[in-house]
Design a protein around this ligand. Sequence first.
Ligand code: PNS
Length: 160
Amino acid sequence: MRRAVYPGSFDPITNGHLDILHQATAIFDEVVVAVLHNPGKNPMFTADERVALVKQVTKAYERVSVASFSGLLVDYYKTQQFHAVVRGIRNSSDLHVEMQMAHMNQSLSSDVHTVFLPASPNFSFVSSSLVKDVAMHGGEISPYVPSVVRDAVLRRLSTR
Ligand code: PNS
């Protein structure tokens, strides 16, 4: 059974992430969405909140589970015995950054394999940070995130 980890901040999860996850499930038997616990980054949602949102929007996905991790991805990868890291590539800037991360992970542990999946053109401009920025300035984010995520973002902004 081939198990992949799809790591990220997911602050919050977007339709772009779901597109990559959907592609990953066509390749791997099981995909674990692993939410990085990154307190230093001042995220909009806590790790627990991000995990809860990912769980809600992936509950219809078979063979997908959700977890959180902290520390090095390669250490988490080894303890969970994954076969690959999945990362989405939207454009050449992503490729540049992701190659660097993949090479660093490879250098830290030669057993870690990274699989890049190209974002569908519809989502090539969607990112969690742009979604938050659009919402913060009163724009409509429903084309870019599931409705439960839109509601959570608007609720969070209204309490700030
Ligand atoms: O969604 P993001 O923020 O682009 O995801 C980045 C992530 C979580 C994949 C990356 O920052 C990561 O793996 N962090 C864990 C710490 C680590 O292993 N750092 C070295 C990786 S090069």
